[in-house]
Design a protein around this ligand. Structure first.
Ligand SMILES: [Zn+2]
Length: 128
């Protein structure tokens, strides 16, 4: 099964070395802690976060296997680069709409992108 990190959209198909994927647990308290740390309102147990977001101290090493500690919470690389101007709406992730504040900000950015594209299209048409 392909896993995609809900924070940075890295996929297990990308085969990045040393990146593993951790599923949200069914344990509600722990899942809430992860959601809080990630700034999202909710997640389902089949969504995952990649190991990029866990500090080295979050792991136990046993028999050369990296095991996430039971109470580890994602803490790294959580702030995405802000998008002010882009031509690719696909740059948005669900993280950008995780809170009402973030959503409204990014909706404005999205609207601007669409307006810019329309303007470009009109320019293109008028040149013909
Ligand atoms: Zn990630």
């Amino acid at each position: 099964m392909v896993r995609i990190c809900i924070v940075c959209r890295v996929s297990s198909k990308d085969n990045i070395e040393n990146v593993s994927f951790h599923l949200f647990t069914k344990n509600e308290i722990k899942r809430h802690k992860w959601c809080d740390a990630l700034g999202i309102s909710r997640a389902t147990p089949n969504q995952s976060v990649c190991s990029i977001h866990f500090s080295p101290g979050s792991y136990n090493f046993s028999n050369s296997r990296k095991m996430l500690k039971p109470f580890a919470v994602p803490s790294l690389c959580l702030k995405k680069k802000r998008i002010y101007n882009t031509c690719r709406i696909g740059d948005f992730t669900s993280f950008d709409f995780g809170t009402p504040k973030r959503s409204s900000k990014n909706l404005i950015v999205g609207k601007n992108i669409v307006q810019n594209l329309r303007r470009k299209k009109q320019k293109f048409k008028s040149k013909k």
